[in-house]
Design a protein around this ligand. Sequence first.
Ligand SMILES: C[S@@+](CC[C@H](N)C(=O)[O-])C[C@H]1O[C@@H](n2cnc3c(N)ncnc32)[C@H](O)[C@@H]1O
Length: 320
Amino acid sequence: MAQLSQPAQNCVVQDEIQQQLAAGLLAAHAHTSPKYLYDVLGSRLFAAICELPEYYPTRTEAAIFALHAQQIAAAVGPDAILIDLGAGNCSKAARLFPSLRPRQYVAVDISVQFLEEAVSALRQQFPQIEMTCLGMDFSSELELPATLGMDRRQFFYPGSSIGNFAPLEALMFLRRIRKGIGSSGGGLLIGVDLIKDKAILNPAYDDALGVTAAFNLNLLHHVNRLLDADFRPRDWRHRAFYNSEQHRIEMHLEARNELTVHWQNGGMRRFARGERIHTESSYKYTREGFVDMLQQAGYGAVQTWCDPNNWFMVCHAQVA
Ligand SMILES: C[S@@+](CC[C@H](N)C(=O)[O-])C[C@H]1O[C@@H](n2cnc3c(N)ncnc32)[C@H](O)[C@@H]1O
């Protein structure tokens, strides 16, 4: 296949993004990929969500990492290449550096500008660790640069971001990571949110201050820029609830009134009052269900650590 020059490649990517967004908006049940929640402001709002009292995943996962630091470090082993998928502000990896002692840190995220700022601050703090910043969308492919070493690749995928994939897609994503690890003593350290009472789940995605609402509504600004669309965030309201049949939180944007949205090249859609755009799912698992998925994805020994309430789980899966 002919190689595309960089600007031509960017145009192809932009076309793909626009086609994907337009197709989702025109679907019978309008939807957008959760990756569009993350522009610079979206990344900042997500970091604020992690501080909210209702958002238990971040602090529960941090408590598991703190309590089981030695065992987790023993499972991961020192001198690894730590590859942080969806690194965001990199704060989770940074907290683990003293116990994991990686030789290299590779931060990967679609929200490139935000990631670059985070990594450049981290370089000052940990000059002994070689750091690489990779701006990429890993939702369909996980292609790491050929120059990256293969020895002891440890992927890090915290925060239950795996829950943003539907279960079959999650299985395929775990297989892609498995392939990326290769066969020289690597593994995957992953955080997974567990099924629990909706009285705990619902407020975590619909907080009293409205930070998650702002995070969800900000997607419309992002889509306006990507698709030259005319969404007005004031015309939409945030909806988030646990769907107990599908074991997932659903986030939607709901039209406050009947309205029409337009975008480039004559694209348009009329939304009835109350009609929704599905913007994110966050699947919850049982411990056994997720370990079974890791095994189906081809991993070997799996170690798990949970908090005392069994709200959240951290797993380390080795590659046999
Ligand atoms: C739920 S946040 C988690 C951030 C951080 N790892 C944590 O646990 O707090 C998801 C992160 O993944 C990134 N992300 C989402 N979809 C992505 C994709 N398709 N490709 C690359 N990064 C993605 C977002 O920009 C965001 O930083």
